[in-house]
Design a protein around this ligand. Structure first.
Ligand code: GL1
Length: 227
């Protein structure tokens, strides 16, 4: 049960690189695509793809390689990359959930808060299933339902609405700078997951979920009083 003084009643989590280490598989598959077109992409460039959906990622990568493709060719390469990615995630196990995530999700549940996923990936459900995370979520918004690219706040407004909560009562956990901007534009409190220098706009930045207490996060944001 949430108590009456509790400001936040829901948490919205990004997936790739926040709850599971799938970001490395996306990078591997995108890199394989770039290599097939005779160029390479670096880890630094890959950082800039964070938060972008499939076609927007492809467009960005092609522009780095100076490659011009027809719409039909782009669809073809997006499918090729997706098949590689699906191959890479097909053997994912619960052990690939990032440290501390399960314990944190349980704490959120015990607080009586709702839990939603917000991911630009169309493969989000498959990842949740193979890692055993799916039962923790009340709401799943993914690349099949979210149509606008971050920093548009649609990616968080949709799951908040589906949880029946206003943005002011939700904490968003996000690793992409464009996702932090999206959360703030939508009126959410943004918790950055990763390195402070990349996530300057976030209210708080955490390195990950290991040893993280929901109570201490709620205490840090208790200035917003729920009426
Ligand atoms: C898409 C992109 C990935 C990544 C995710 C969001 O996933 O292809 O590189 O940016 O969105 O985390 P997918 O192809 O699975 O829809």
């Amino acid at each position: 049960m949430t108590d009456e003084t509790q400001t936040y009643r829901g948490c919205i989590f990004n997936l790739d690189g926040v709850l599971v280490d799938t970001a490395k598989y996306h990078y591997e598959a995108w890199r394989q695509l770039a290599n097939s077109l005779d160029f390479d992409i670096s880890r630094e460039q890959n950082e800039q793809l964070k938060g972008l959906g499939r076609m927007a990622s492809l467009e960005t990568i092609l522009s780095w390689g100076g490659i011009y493709l027809s719409e039909a060719e782009k669809m073809h390469w997006a499918d090729v990359k997706n098949n590689w990615y699906i191959g890479l995630i097909s053997n994912m196990k619960p052990g690939e959930v990032l440290p501390g995530v399960l314990y944190f999700l349980r704490q959120v549940r015990e607080k009586g808060m709702k839990i939603a996923l917000s991911s630009s990936s169309q493969n989000a459900r498959a990842v949740l299933k193979s890692t055993g995370l799916e039962p923790y979520f009340d709401v799943i918004a993914d690349g099949n339902t979210i149509k606008r690219q971050k920093p548009d706040p649609q990616c968080f407004l949709l799951p908040a609405e589906a949880m029946g909560l206003p943005p002011a009562e939700c904490l968003v956990f996000e690793d992409a700078p464009s996702g932090i901007t999206a959360a703030l534009l939508g009126g959410f409190t943004a918790i950055g997951v990763g390195r402070k220098e990349n996530l300057k706009q976030a209210s708080v930045v955490i390195a990950g979920f290991e040893n993280l207490r929901i109570d201490s996060l709620l205490a840090q944001h208790s200035e917003r009083v729920f009426i």
